[in-house]
Design a protein around this ligand. Structure first.
Ligand code: ZN
Length: 341
């Protein structure tokens, strides 16, 4: 009970990529780069184990970008044809690649890194993939015409990948859907259906991560416009509670999400964010314990997984290590108080 986990990403060590920068380019190449990514993943797996985290990730050390890391090996995408696009409903403008033909997966994308990671730890392993709606919001469509159709095409290739990763011993496949908090009616119209397609046939635990984004300035400014209560989850949680996805994440640490919204997911396991990713201040174990206990007013301990609000990638390494430790210790204190484990 109260198994701890993280949203997914962790900082890249300074010898691998420029620190405290999202999507920084690799410092190395070729075989040297592959070994360096493994070293970085091993560092973070050990750090999570030491911190007492129960469900581990590779910290996304093998990819530069959480969406493009998957897309890079697919067919049907023209990386030279850049389209200027406002993403997350115009929260940022970026030059994105363009889908110019039917998307297809011609080879495994993450197999070798998952084999490596699986061999490093006997704890539960979670692997994160970008969700279909978030992919559609991070790439231009010059072929399918309807966003829902594009999403289903990506869902099918994600499903091929997810089945392979499950067979390698991944315990949880998580789809990252920050776009779910932005396109609320699309979630109900086709977003959840796309998740079902991406996870069809999986026997492992399935999860969806829905957040208010990394702790970067564009997101911090956006949050200021959302008013005194953030009620986006209220629109989508009832539909997610009806879905076949096992776990749903939500931001709770220093957020304006009304905690009672957790009650809308009464049939799901909840990854509750008890670690803020938008501040470099490291939480105390007692602070984390208090946040877990506040969540326990709305969700029973058997369904609660203390988690981070979002990825820790943009933070300094020492801060991220501190936050992992706070998460592990805070959960231990909460279990002690409940007399479990
Ligand atoms: Zn996130």
């Amino acid at each position: 009970m109260l198994d701890t986990t993280i949203a997914g990403s962790l900082p890249k060590p300074a010898w691998l990529a420029e620190p405290e920068k999202l999507w920084a380019a690799w410092r190395l190449g070729g075989e040297e780069l592959e070994r360096a990514k493994e070293r970085a993943a091993r560092f973070w797996l050990e750090a999570q184990e030491r911190a007492g985290i129960d469900v581990l990730t590779d910290g996304e050390q093998f990819r530069v970008h959480f969406v493009h890391g998957f897309l890079e090996s697919l067919e049907g995408i023209d990386w030279q044809k850049k389209t200027r696009m406002g993403i997350r409903n115009d929260r940022y403008f970026v030059d994105v690649p363009t889908v110019t033909a039917k998307v297809a997966r011609t080879r495994s994308v993450h197999t070798s890194e998952v084999k490596f990671t699986r061999a490093q730890t006997s704890r539960k392993l979670k692997f994160t993939l970008p969700g279909p709606m978030t992919i559609c919001d991070t790439i231009a469509d010059g072929f399918y015409g309807r966003r829902a159709d594009l999403a289903m095409a990506f869902a099918d290739v994600l499903n091929e990948e997810a089945r392979e990763l499950e067979a390698l011993g991944v315990d949880t496949i998580q789809l990252d859907e920050p776009a779910f908090n932005v396109f609320l009616s699309d979630v109900k119209e086709w977003g959840i259906e796309a998740l079902h397609r991406a996870t069809a046939g999986l026997k492992c635990t399935t999860a969806v991560h829905i957040c208010y984004g990394y702790g970067i300035d564009a997101n911090i400014q956006w949050k200021k416009t959302l008013g005194s209560e953030w009620r986006q989850y209220e629109e989508i949680f009832p539909a997610l509670n009806q879905s076949r996805i096992d776990q749903v994440s939500l931001e709770a640490a220093n957020s304006r999400v009304p905690p009672a919204l957790m009650r809308l997911l009464k049939d799901k396991q909840l990854m509750v964010g008890v670690i803020d990713v938008a501040t470099q201040e490291v939480e105390s174990a007692e602070q984390v314990q208090a946040r877990i206990e506040a969540a326990l007013e709305h969700v029973d301990a058997a369904r609660l997984l203390p988690c981070t609000n979002c990825g820790l990638a943009p933070l300094p390494q020492a801060v991220a290590v501190g936050k992992l430790e706070a998460l592990g210790m805070g959960a231990a204190l909460a279990r002690q108080r409940l007399g479990i484990r």
